[in-house]
Structures are given as structure tokens and as C-alpha cells.
Design a protein around this ligand. Structure first.
Ligand SMILES: Cc1ncc(COP(=O)(O)O)c(C=O)c1O
Length: 358
């Protein structure tokens, strides 16, 4: 028999994003469903984004700018880096795969906090490399444990800050100590900052500033969360121009679609909406945290747009919330049994959640 599929594919558990929102609404027969399971924006996109998409819609027969040039220029100006340091992808998800294609060989090891965002491990395993899990210290990334797991075969270390699903951050001093400990011939450090815009802890490090000192650092960011563009799939890496040049060699020629590019540019231009989203999330995160604590729920303090809440009999509570029209993420599915991961919604959604939890 001809062997068609790579054996590693048998070992990959498909990512389970849950039923599509529209299908679930029709199953439950309710139009007022609130999805708090996918860490989406409670405000949605800026109206300027919607206008930009409408303007661009009649041009979708034309291939997009393969290098996302205008978007990289806008991002470079915002972040204070050269556009050549930026690679844009079809969501941060795609960039993880691109890094894998460019860097990982069989026998390489990649240290990954455990639990964490599942696609890290999937990419590593698909490349035939070995994922080396580094258990969290309760809810915190354990950098000492990661250092202990370094070997000559370590090709990359993945850090996620704020961490998904814990919501915790890696503070400036421990992060720089960790980066220093990696030395001059460090592995790649993939610092996933998908939720960085929701951080207000003064000890949250400025990833961009670190790039000047640590050339093996790759920052991973996305327009899905702060800019509310999850449905368009636009993410980016910031790294040295050398790293970006390597990643550009392996990505697909037109990896970011036209609507995504114009939408991301419009999102960057509408600073008011960007800041309002941040303010609403931070304010509502405080509200939810206060009200959940008052009701006796425990959770690590979150710097992201979600909370990982300890809930006894979490699956039963999840079903009860679902019947009330509120979708949350079962912690068991993301490595935290007896927890629910709950995105910060708008005020009305958060009030509904608290009532349904009561
Ligand atoms: C930590 C983390 N990284 C990356 C992503 C993927 O972002 P994108 O929607 O840009 O693919 C997510 C999405 O939820 C995430 O939680």
C-alpha cells in the first residue's frame, strides 16, 4: 500500500473552535447569543474599517499587494521600526507556521509553556520537531524551568505574554534576565504579544525596545483582538530585518488578502477607536474582576481581554450559561479543568454573564 499521509498528522488533534456562531444561534433558537469564548473585541471594528472594506470590495478580483507594503509602512511608522522588520500574515496563526517552515528541522526542540495556545505545539510537531513542554507555575510562565530545559538542540522558545489562557504577563526584569541567560548564540525567542494592547501593568515590557538588544527575538502580534479584525485574519511579526527576510522567503506570495490589508491600515488610522477598545476592555475587566471576586470566584489577575475563572463543575456551568445565551470556553479544553475562560464583553454582556452565573 502506498503511504499517503505523514504519520505525524495522525497524532495532531484538530483545533476545535466550537460551532460557528450562526449555527449555534440557530440550534438554540436565539438571536441574542453572546460569544465570550474566543477573546474577540466587544466593540467590533472601527466604522472607518467598515468603510475601507466597502471601498475595496469591488477590487477583489485583483490580487493583493503580495508584500503588504502600505500596511507595513503604516505599522512601521506606528511602532518606530523599519517596514523591512515586519512580516504580515494571514493571522498570527499563519506566522507561527511560517516561522516553523523557515526554522524547524527534525530533531530540533522548542520549549513551550504548558498549557498555552495550542497551535504552538501543533506547528512544532508538524515540522517533525520536538515540543518540550514547560509547565506553568500555577498560572505564571516559569522562566527558570525554561532555562533548565535548554539544550544544544533548542531551536526556539515560545513565550506568551499576556498568556493565553492564564491572562498573566512576564514582567520586564525577569524577561530581560531570561533573555540575557540565553547568551549571544540564543535560540529564537517567539514572544507572542497578541493581547499586549490590554496591558496596563507598568512592568509590562516594551517588546519593540528589546529587539535592539536581542536579535533572535520575534514579536508576534495581531489585529484580531484590539482592532476587532478576527474575521479578516491579519497578524504580523516584528523582528530584525534579517529574520524578516528569512520568513518572507517561505510565505505564500499573496498571503494577506486585500480587505484585510485595507482594514488593518484603517484600524491603525482610527486611533480613537483603538484607544476606546482598550479603555472599554480595561474598565470592563475591572468590573468583571470585582464582581466575580465579590461572588467568591477565584482567578489570576488578568492583563488580557479575558479571565480564567475557577469554577467547580465547570462543564455543567458552561451548559447553563449556554442555555442563557452566553458562550464561554471550557478550561478543560485549554489545559485548565474546573475553570472557564471568559472574554471581557461589553457592559451589557458582562451583566448578563454575572446574572446567569448566579
Ligand atoms: C496567544 C495567541 N496568539 C495568537 C493568536 C492568533 O491570532 P490571529 O487571530 O491573528 O491568528 C491568538 C488567538 O486567539 C492567541 O490567543
Amino acid at each position: 500500500m502506498r503511504r499517503i499521509w505523514r504519520p505525524v498528522v495522525d497524532r495532531i488533534a484538530p483545533y476545535d473552535p466550537g460551532r460557528p456562531l450562526e449555527a449555534l444561534a440557530s440550534d438554540l433558537g436565539r438571536r441574542d447569543l453572546v460569544r465570550l469564548s474566543a477573546n474577540e473585541s466587544p466593540l467590533g471594528p472601527s466604522p472607518h474599517v467598515v468603510e475601507a472594506i466597502v471601498r475595496e470590495a469591488s477590487r477583489v478580483h485583483l490580487y493583493p499587494d503580495g508584500g503588504s507594503t502600505t500596511l507595513r509602512e503604516a505599522l512601521g511608522a506606528r511602532l518606530g521600526v523599519a517596514p523591512a522588520q515586519i512580516v504580515v500574515g494571514n493571522g498570527a496563526d499563519e506566522l507561527l507556521a511560517i516561522i516553523g517552515w523557515a526554522a524547524l528541522e527534525p530533531e530540533d526542540e522548542v520549549i513551550i509553556p504548558q498549557p498555552s495556545f495550542e497551535p504552538y505545539t501543533t506547528v512544532v510537531e508538524l515540522m517533525g520537531a520536538q515540543a518540550v513542554p514547560s509547565p506553568l507555575a500555577k498560572y505564571e510562565t516559569d522562566l527558570d524551568d525554561m532555562v533548565r530545559r535548554l539544550t544544544a538542540r533548542t531551536k526556539a522558545v515560545v513565550l506568551c505574554s499576556p498568556h493565553n489562557p492564564a491572562g498573566t504577563i512576564i514582567r520586564r526584569a525577569p524577561l530581560t534576565a531570561f533573555l540575557d541567560a540565553l547568551g549571544n548564540d540564543a535560540p529564537l525567542i517567539i514572544l507572542d504579544e497578541a493581547y499586549c494592547d490590554f496591558c496596563e501593568d507598568p512592568e509590562y515590557p516594551d517588546g519593540i525596545a528589546l529587539l535592539a538588544h536581542y536579535p533572535r527575538l520575534i514579536l508576534l502580534r495581531t489585529f484580531s483582538k484590539i482592532a476587532g479584525l478576527a474575521g479578516l485574519r491579519v497578524g504580523y511579526t516584528v523582528a530584525t530585518a534579517d529574520v524578516a527576510e528569512r520568513l518572507n522567503r517561505v510565505r505564500a506570495p499573496y498571503n494577506v488578502n486585500r480587505l484585510g490589508q485595507v482594514a488593518a491600515i484603517a484600524a491603525l488610522e482610527d486611533r480613537v477607536h483603538w484607544d476606546r477598545t482598550r479603555d472599554v476592555v480595561i474598565r470592563e475587566r475591572e468590573f468583571l474582576s470585582r464582581e466575580l471576586s465579590r461572588r467568591g470566584f477565584g482567578f489570576p489577575p488578568s492583563q488580557a481581554n479575558f479571565l480564567l475563572v475557577q469554577v467547580p463543575k465547570a462543564s455543567a456551568v458552561l451548559q447553563r450559561l449556554l442555555r442563557a445565551g452566553i458562550i464561554v470556553r471550557d478550561g478543560a479544553a485549554v489545559g485548565f479543568p474546573e475553570h472557564l475562560r471568559i472574554a471581557v464583553g461589553d457592559h451589557a454582556a458582562n451583566v448578563r454573564l454575572l446574572e446567569a452565573l448566579a
